[in-house]
Design a protein around this ligand. Structure first.
Ligand SMILES: [Zn+2]
Length: 234
C-alpha cells in the first residue's frame, strides 16, 4: 500500500467535494466586484480588485493594469493560489515563478490582468494538498496521489474567472497559459481567447517530474526537451 491509513480522506470530505460539484451545476453563478484600490508592487503599479461570489465562497482577487472597459486582446494570466509555492517558495512546483513572471510581463503592459484565484491545490484545499504531498514523498506522482486520496486530479473551475473578466469589462484576451483546459473553459463561459501565450518557466530538480506529469497526464503544453535542458544548465 502506498499510504498510511490516517492519510486517507474521510467520507465526509469526499461527500463535501461531491456536494460542491452538484451545487455548482444547480445554482446560477453570481460574481460581485466588491472593492478596488491602487496597489504599487515591485512589479509595477496595479489596481487590486476584490470579488465575492455565491459558488465557492472564496474572495478572489484581480491585479489590474490600465483601462479595461471594452478592451480587446488583453494580456491575462489566471493564477490559482498555491500557498506553499507563492508564499513559502516551494520548489515542488512552478507556481511562484509563473506568478512572478506574469506580474513582471503584465506590469510592462498598458493594459493587463492577473486573476488570483483562491483554488488551492488545484481546488482540493490545503489539507488535501499536503496529504497528496505526503503520498508523493512515498513515490506517487502528482496525479496518482490525488486519485489515491479519492480526489479529482484537477477540480479547478474557471467560470468565476470568466465572470470576473466580464465585470472588469474585458472583451477578449491573450491568455498566458500552458493549459488548454483554461482556454476551453474561458471560451465556454463567454471570454474570447484570441491567442495562447506560452508560459513555461525554467524547471528545477524538485519540480521537473511534476512538470513532466502535467505534460504527459494532464495535457499541459510543455516543451519536454526544454525542461531537461534547464536541468543540464542548473
Ligand atoms: Zn504550486
Amino acid at each position: 500500500m502506498f499510504y498510511k491509513g490516517e492519510e486517507t480522506v474521510s467520507p465526509n470530505v469526499i461527500r463535501m467535494v461531491q456536494r460542491a460539484g452538484k451545487a455548482q451545476e444547480a445554482t446560477p453563478l453570481q460574481v460581485s466586484l466588491e472593492a478596488r484600490a491602487k496597489l504599487p508592487t515591485r512589479f509595477g503599479a496595479f489596481d487590486v480588485v476584490a470579488f465575492s461570489n455565491n459558488r465557492d465562497r472564496h474572495e478572489h482577487a484581480a491585479l489590474v493594469r490600465g483601462a479595461l472597459q471594452g478592451a480587446e486582446s488583453v494580456l491575462v494570466r489566471l493564477h490559482s493560489e498555491c500557498l506553499t509555492g507563492d508564499a513559502f517558495g516551494s520548489l515542488k512546483c512552478d507556481c511562484r515563478d509563473q506568478l512572478e513572471h506574469a506580474l513582471k510581463v503584465i506590469g510592462q503592459e498598458e493594459a493587463g490582468v492577473v486573476l488570483y484565484l483562491r483554488q488551492e491545490g488545484r481546488s482540493i484545499g490545503l489539507v488535501n494538498k499536503i496529504r497528496a504531498y505526503a503520498l508523493q514523498d512515498e513515490g506517487l506522482d502528482t496525479v496518482d496521489a490525488n486519485l489515491a486520496l479519492g480526489l479529482p486530479d484537477d477540480a479547478r473551475d474557471y467560470e468565476v474567472a470568466a465572470q470576473m473578466l466580464q465585470q472588469l469589462g474585458v472583451r477578449s484576451v491573450r491568455l498566458m497559459t500552458n493549459n488548454p483546459d483554461k482556454v476551453r473553459q474561458l471560451e465556454k463561459h463567454g471570454i474570447e481567447v484570441v491567442e495562447r501565450v506560452a508560459h513555461q518557466l525554467p524547471a528545477n530538480g524538485h519540480n521537473v517530474k511534476y512538470l513532466q506529469t502535467k505534460a504527459a497526464r494532464s495535457g499541459h503544453l510543455l516543451d519536454d526537451e526544454a525542461l531537461l535542458e534547464d536541468l543540464d544548465d542548473a
